[in-house]
Design a protein around this ligand. Structure first.
Ligand SMILES: [Zn+2]
Length: 484
């Protein structure tokens, strides 16, 4: 059987977080009462004229800058004609052969994925199919339409077919998502549709350079479903090709529940849309000064931030990736470090127990009830020997549950670690005296029995100190007393 290599290109639609829509002054906001943010322009009523949102162009320039694209002197809008109930104008204002950003790249795990183009367009409204087979177009009793989303600014970011595996596709989207969030152009919430992915995938014999017939896959609503859909589709195509069949160029729909793709429609060609220049809008020609201002105001990008944190704090690339890859987590860690925690210690707590809590509770790091300076306080309490690690975990959990600052929790619960030798000697001697048989077996035993018994004694003394005894001091005292 032949070895196949996947060739994948991704089209990512991202809703821009402007205050108003792309061509009118309607509010751009998710989740409002249906059909409340609408006006003659976004409803396409006769005689209404679109006016381009300057902020959306600025966001597009930021995207271009972050993706190393060039921005042609001018770009233009086209009308993409097709009929669908969620698009009241019967055409979508989009960019076609002269987009605002071209020829960039995004580095993903040390591999450069080319960006063919990133263009601006307006979003459509939303249809909801009700009754009958839930969520299915065919068999629904009726359909509802909400035009709040019609005219919301979108960027479509089209990669070159440089991606070679479902895993790499996920990594690309994850990197792109973090980038778009860092430059403040979108809230990138896949669950609310702010970021949507279509994928093109074909197979070719491994080691060859040609391109096979590609299939477009739609309806992947999470990184996980993107990975699953591409795995499935690569497997399906390999089966067809192995059996001597041919791949049909088409658009397929990912069915999350069934875990498979099925034919949606044969792939439409550009000419199906009768693109023609939008006569109501002038070309977009951002001045060099404007582009320079955008460039100067760019924040630190995730890749640069990862490199900086790894170098400054001496943490692994992996940990730096976790910090920067989770919204708000690196900000939290940096604030803890600013409050006095060493970077590596702060990273250990933030990427460990704290991240666990964030994921489980769905709380954003900025909303945690333990502040970054509270974490710095905890790190200091471990550093000066007041808290052992297990006790510190308890204090952290209490802080995250809103039970007070680490110092307060330690004081209220009497949790401070006991390192005072005079106090601990008594505990160790009492335990040794209470278990003469174990002591004898320990002294005369083989190495593995000794190890086991040693664990037993440590457990006993720890229990006797209610977990507060300093393990290092206890270990030394046990060594002395058990030596006989
Ligand atoms: Zn409007």
């Amino acid at each position: 059987m032949r070895e196949w290599e996947a060739v994948i290109g991704l089209e990512v639609h991202v809703e821009l977080a402007t205050e108003t829509k792309l061509f009118c002054s309607c509010v751009n906001e998710f989740g409002a009462e249906p059909n409340t943010y609408i006006c003659p322009v976004c409803l396409g009523l006769p005689g209404s004229l679109p006016v381009l949102n300057e902020r959306a162009v600025e966001f597009a320039l930021r995207v271009g800058e972050a993706l190393h694209c060039s921005v042609p002197e001018h770009s233009i809008f086209h009308r993409k004609n097709y009929f669908y109930p969620d698009m009241p104008k019967n055409y979508q204002i989009s960019q076609y052969d002269e987009p605002i950003c071209v020829d960039g790249w995004l580095e993903v795990d040390s591999v450069r994925v080319g960006i063919e183009r990133a263009h601006m367009e307006e979003d459509t409204g939303k249809t909801l199919h009700v009754g009958g087979a839930a969520g299915r177009i065919h068999g629904a009793e009726h359909s509802l339409v909400d035009y709040n989303r019609a005219g919301v600014p979108l960027m479509e970011i089209v990669s070159r077919p440089d991606i070679r595996s479902p895993e790499q596709a996920r990594a690309y989207v994850s990197e792109l998502r973090g980038l778009l969030e860092a430059i403040g152009v979108s809230d990138v919430k896949m669950e609310e549709g702010s970021l949507r992915i279509d994928a093109n995938i074909s197979l070719r014999p491994a080691g060859t350079e040609g391109l096979g017939t590609k299939v477009e896959v739609k309806n992947m609503n999470s990184l996980r479903s993107l990975g699953r859909a591409l795995e499935y589709e690569a497997g399906r195509q390999a089966e067809v090709l192995d059996a001597g069949g041919r791949i049909t160029q088409e658009t397929r729909h990912w069915d999350e529940e069934a875990g498979l793709t099925h034919t949606l429609r044969s792939k439409e060609e550009a000419f199906d849309y009768r693109y023609f220049p939008e006569p109501d809008l002038v070309p977009v020609a951002p001045s060099a000064e404007w582009q320079e201002r955008v460039r100067a105001a760019m924040p630190e990008l995730p890749s640069a931030r990862r490199a900086r944190l790894a170098a400054q704090w001496g943490i692994s690339d992996h940990d730096a990736g976790v910090l920067v890859g989770t919204a708000g987590l690196a900000d939290y860690a940096e604030a803890a470090v600013a409050a006095g925690a060493p970077g590596r210690e702060a990273t250990n707590w933030v990427t460990g127990d704290l991240l666990g809590f964030v994921k489980e509770s769905g709380t954003r790091p900025s909303d945690l009830r333990l502040s970054p300076s509270g974490l710095a306080e905890l790190v200091a309490l471990v550093g000066d020997g007041t808290l052992s690690r297990p006790l510190a975990k308890e204090v952290l959990a209490a802080g995250l549950a809103g039970q007070g600052s680490p110092k307060r929790v330690v004081a209220e619960r009497g949790l401070a670690q006991v390192s005072d030798e005079a106090e601990l000697v008594g505990v160790v001697e009492a335990v040794v005296a209470a278990h003469p048989g174990e002591v004898e077996r320990y002294r005369g035993g083989e190495e593995k029995d000794r190890k086991k018994l040693r664990g037993f004694f440590m457990g006993q003394v720890m229990a006797a100190t209610k977990g507060r005894g300093n393990p290092q001091v206890l270990n030394r005292l046990l060594d002395e007393r058990l030596a006989g």
